[in-house]
Ligand binder design. Structure first.
Ligand SMILES: Nc1ncnc2c1ncn2[C@@H]1O[C@H](COP(=O)(O)OP(=O)(O)OP(=O)(O)O)[C@@H](O)[C@H]1O
Length: 416
C-alpha cells in the first residue's frame, strides 16, 4: 500500500511540470519520442508509488505527449527500411569506378571553347573490356568546323561509341586521340568538356519538376530564352501560359519565387548602374516596363507548371522537342544527335532537321541515324562497320560508288 510520505515527495508545482512536458512534446522526430519514452519510465516509476490529485495534470500531459509521438515510433520499421535502402544505393555508388576528374587543374579550357568546332579522331581505338573485340578500331576522321556529318552503319557498328567518345562517356581502354579545336579532350576534366558540347540523345529525359527546371536544370537561361526556344520548336503552346491560383499543386512555387527574385535583381542592377540622367529617363520611360516585368514574374505561368503532371500528355516526339530546346538555348559549336529522331514520326523528324539546319548552320553537327532520309543532306556520310570507318564521302558520291552506303540505301528501299 502507498505511503503518505512518498506521495508528498511527488507533489511538484504542476505548472512547472506541465510546461516541461509541453516543450518536450514539441521536439520533432526521434528526440521527442526518446524523451517521451524517458518520461514514461518516470511515469511508471511514479505510478508504483502513487500521486497526489495535483499530479494527475502531469500524467495527462505525459499521455498527450506520448500520443503525439506514437506515430513516429509506429513508423520506425518503415523508416529503418527506407534508410537501409539508401545505404544499399550508397554502397552501390561507392563501388562505382570513379570516372575522369571533373576538373583537371593543369589543363582548363577557355569558357568560349570550342570556338570553331573542328573535330579530329587520330588513330582512335576503344575496347570496352580486354576480352572483347575493339568497339572502335583505328578511327581516323577529320571534321571541319561547321560541317554536317551523318553517321550510319548496321547495329553494333560503333556509331554510338564514336559519339560518346567525344563526351568521354565510355569506359574502357583507349589508344590514339580525339581533338576538338586542336585540344586533346583526354587532357580535360569532364566538367570542362561535356557542358561545352550539345547532345540530343535517343530518348529525352523529363525530370520531376517544372518545365523551367526541365529546360534549364542549371539555371543558365532567362525565361525569355526559354520561350524563344519553345516558340522555335513549335511547342510553346503545349506549355502555354496558365493562370494558377496560389498553392496550385501543379505550380512550382520555388521557380515562381526565383523568377521574381531574378527580375527584381535585374531591375536593381540596371538602376544602380545608371547615372542620374539615365535614372531620370528610366523613371519616365523604362521603369514602367521593368515594373511590369517584375509583376509578370510574380504571376505563375506555363513554365512553372510541373512537367510531372504535364508529361502524361507528352509524346516521345514532344519530349525530343524539349531536348532540342535545351540544345537551342545552350548554343554549342559541336552538336551530336544520337538517333535523336528515331522515336518520332517522319513529319516531326523533318521539322527537327529543318530547325537544326537553320539554327545550327554554323555549328558542327554529327547525326547518327538509322532513317537515311535524315542524313541525306549532310555534307558527308561516315559509314561504320564493325568498329571501323568503311566509307566517307558525300551522299551522292557514295551512292554512285555502289559500296556500303549504296547497299544501305537499297536495303532501306530509299531512293536519293
Ligand atoms: N557498355 C558496353 N560494354 C561492352 N560492350 C559494349 C558496350 N556498349 C557497346 N558495346 C559493344 O560495342 C560495339 C559497338 O556498339 P555501339 O552501341 O557503339 O553500336 P551502334 O552502331 O551504335 O549500334 P546501334 O545502332 O544498335 O545503336 C557493339 O559490339 C556493342 O555490343
Amino acid at each position: 500500500m502507498r505511503d503518505e510520505d512518498e506521495e508528498a515527495q511527488l507533489d511538484i508545482p504542476i505548472s512547472v511540470l506541465s510546461a516541461f512536458c509541453r516543450s518536450i512534446s514539441a521536439i520533432p522526430g526521434h528526440a521527442g519520442s526518446m524523451l517521451t519514452a524517458g518520461l514514461l519510465l518516470l511515469q511508471a516509476q511514479v505510478s508504483r508509488v502513487g500521486v497526489s490529485p495535483a499530479g494527475l495534470g502531469v500524467y495527462r500531459d505525459l499521455v498527450e505527449s506520448l500520443l503525439r509521438n506514437t506515430y513516429i515510433v509506429a513508423d520506425l520499421p518503415n523508416r529503418i527500411r527506407k534508410l537501409s535502402a539508401g545505404v544499399d544505393v550508397y554502397r552501390q555508388y561507392a563501388s562505382v569506378e570513379p570516372e575522369a576528374p571533373y576538373i583537371a587543374e593543369g589543363c582548363r579550357s577557355e569558357p568560349s571553347w570550342p570556338q570553331a568546332g573542328r573535330v579530329e579522331f587520330r588513330d582512335f581505338s576503344l575496347r570496352y573490356r580486354a576480352d572483347l573485340p575493339p568497339a572502335l578500331d583505328g578511327i581516323n576522321l577529320s571534321i571541319k568546323a561547321g560541317e554536317k556529318i551523318g553517321i550510319v552503319g548496321r547495329t553494333g557498328a560503333g556509331k554510338s561509341t564514336l559519339a560518346k567518345s567525344l563526351f568521354r562517356l565510355v569506359h574502357g581502354t583507349t589508344s590514339g586521340s580525339v581533338l576538338i579545336d586542336g585540344q586533346d579532350i583526354s587532357e580535360l576534366g569532364v566538367g570542362d568538356l561535356r557542358p561545352r558540347l550539345g547532345i540530343i540523345p535517343q530518348e529525352s529525359t523529363m525530370f520531376d519538376g517544372s518545365f523551367r527546371k526541365n529546360l534549364d536544370p542549371l539555371r543558365e537561361h532567362t525565361v525569355e530564352d526559354m520561350w524563344a526556344a519553345l516558340i522555335k520548336t513549335g511547342i510553346a503552346l503545349e506549355v502555354a501560359p496558365v493562370r494558377a491560383a496560389p498553392g496550385d499543386a501543379s505550380i512550382d512555387d520555388d521557380d515562381v519565387e526565383d523568377d521574381y527574385r531574378r527580375a527584381v535583381a535585374e531591375y536593381e542592377r540596371r538602376w544602380s548602374e545608371s547615372g542620374w540622367a539615365m535614372r531620370l529617363v528610366q523613371l519616365m520611360l523604362v521603369k514602367q516596363p521593368i515594373k511590369k516585368k517584375v509583376w509578370r514574374a510574380m504571376t505563375p505561368h506555363g513554365l512553372h507548371r510541373t512537367a510531372q503532371s504535364a508529361s502524361h500528355g507528352f509524346s516521345s516526339g514532344q519530349q525530343q522537342l524539349f531536348s532540342l530546346c535545351r540544345v537551342l538555348m545552350r548554343r554549342r559549336r559541336v552538336i551530336v544527335l544520337d538517333e535523336a529522331t528515331a522515336n518520332v514520326d517522319l513529319a516531326t523528324d523533318r521539322e527537327m532537321q529543318r530547325i537544326i539546319r537553320s539554327e545550327f548552320s554554323d555549328c558542327t553537327v554529327l547525326t547518327i541515324a538509322h532513317r537515311l532520309e535524315t542524313i541525306m543532306d549532310c555534307d558527308r556520310i561516315v559509314v561504320m562497320d564493325r568498329g571501323r570507318i568503311a566509307e566517307v564521302g558525300r551522299p551522292q558520291d557514295l551512292i554512285n560508288a555502289g559500296g556500303h552506303f549504296a547497299k544501305l540505301v537499297r536495303a532501306n528501299d530509299f531512293g536519293s
